[in-house]
Design a protein around this ligand. Structure first.
Ligand SMILES: Cc1ncc(COP(=O)(O)O)c(C=O)c1O
Length: 422
């Protein structure tokens, strides 16, 4: 079979494919597994109860269910849902938006694919790029560019603390310089909270990036899959929900209980929201209706945001604290750093004494049933190979949202192997 360049690029072995394979494909039945890989969120019973209540209401109301499943929505999304979202953000946060600022996609992964390719690739004979200002970044973007070599990044600065924590921050001067010297940058993109590190860029950092975006007339794409106001998996105080005309905000219902019912919500300048809807018509006709239907009233009434604050955030906060205490217990006496867990469902572990690359370490862990994600995949967008960051092949991303006993034992096994390979 002869594939096009697009076909070759998007069907090659990517980090995200390996990660999703790891989630979906069981290890040998005889091997006990410790699921610290993938991005699966946990089940939070209080939010599940809300969706169940909505579903029961739909099922018991005349032919509402049949009406829902038998129609395509418009490519932009379901009218009532879009109205509910626009009105919620207008009222709660005073954002100057209408329905025209919103587009719904089949999950925020697709939204990011659309966005990153709307603003990178060949345009009027020049190659436009996306700038990721804080590397390491989400593995799921790394291979999304349709054209080769359109992603660029600035390595994060890192501060280390005596309690074995560390924190990434923007290298502001480097970002500013890069933008001044490269007018081919078509957009700035980042996740906040950051997957994999659990870093949350501060309001000051976001405001600075938003001003730079404005100055260079390019959008700042903020992937808010774990952020505010839902699912609210943010544990710091210096992060507020933010949107303005320079920002494209990508949201998702996945980490608030609906990963299987693909629903991404984009809030953006009208031209961008329209471009996404038009692209969605070509790529998908319309987006999945069910997540919009199940969450429409919950968003309008404020119940979803309340559930995020009262149940989802405390749930993950408790999990994060447990996972951190396991690291401290089992890694005691070794060289290690944990990125400050400020948000998301991940713990980012830096193992400076590791004698083998984490790709190899990951595979040895797999043999023991411990599923993790090796750090190398989260560093992309540099012409220099290997990626010029001292953390490049010395970090593991651990999803701490699984059952506590498995997280505990998984971390113990990782520490055991680390001692062997230090
Ligand atoms: C940072 C980030 N963005 C986007 C996604 C995709 O989420 P979904 O397509 O389920 O909305 C994920 C999933 O793990 C993620 O971690």
């Amino acid at each position: 079979m002869q594939l096009s360049d697009f076909g070759k690029k998007l069907t090659s072995r990517s980090g995200i494919l390996q990660l999703m394979d790891d989630i979906g494909r069981p290890l040998p039945a005889s091997l006990k597994t410790y699921p610290l890989g993938g991005g699966n969120p946990a089940r939070v019973k209080e939010t599940e109860a809300l969706y169940r209540r909505e579903m029961e209401r739909i099922l018991s109301t005349d032919d509402e269910f049949e009406n829902i499943i038998s129609h395509y929505d418009a490519p932009q999304g379901r009218t009532k849902f879009i109205e509910a979202v626009a009105s919620f953000f207008r009222k709660e946060y005073g954002w100057n938006i209408t329905e025209e600022n919103i587009a719904v996609t089949n999950g925020s992964q697709s939204a990011m694919f659309y966005l990153l390719n709307l603003f990178s690739g060949t345009a009027e004979g020049r190659k436009k790029t996306i700038l990721f200002p804080l590397m390491p970044e989400y593995i799921g973007y790394a291979d999304q560019g349709i054209e080769e070599d359109t992603f660029r990044s600035v390595a994060a600065k890192c501060t280390y603390y005596p309690d074995r924590t560390m924190k990434y921050s923007l290298d502001k001067e480097a970002v500013e310089k890069y933008l001044c010297e490269h007018d081919e940058v078509g957009a700035i993109a980042l996740s906040r909270p950051t997957n994999p590190s659990g870093n949350v860029l501060t309001d000051d950092e976001i405001n600075m990036l938003s001003s730079l975006a404005h100055m260079h007339s390019i959008p700042l794409i903020i992937d808010n899959a774990y952020g505010l106001p839902f699912p609210d998996i943010i544990f710091t105080d210096n992060a507020a929900p933010i949107w303005n005309e320079d920002i494209v905000l990508s949201m998702s219902l996945s980490k608030i209980g609906l990963p299987a019912i693909r629903t991404g919500i984009i809030i953006a300048r009208k031209e961008i929201a329209t471009a996404l809807s038009n692209l969605n018509a070509i790529a998908a006709l319309a987006s999945c209706t069910m997540g919009q239907v199940l969450s429409e009233r919950l968003i309008a009434s404020g119940e979803l945001v309340k559930a995020a604050k009262e149940y989802v955030r405390p749930f993950y906060k408790a999990k994060a604290e447990k996972a951190e205490s396991c690291i401290r217990k089992y890694f005691e006496g070794t060289e290690y750093y944990i990125h400050k867990i400020e948000g998301s469902i991940f713990l980012w572990l830096y193992l400076p004494s590791l004698k083998i690359p984490t790709l190899e370490f990951y595979s040895l862990l797999m043999d023991k049933g411990v599923v993790t994600v090796p750090g190398e995949y989260f560093f992309f967008g540099s012409e220099s190979k290997p990626y010029p960051h001292e953390h490049y092949d010395k970090c593991l991303r651990l999803n701490y949202s699984g059952p506590d006993d498995l997280t505990d034992e998984g971390i113990r096994l990782i520490s055991q192997l680390y001692r062997k390979y230090s």
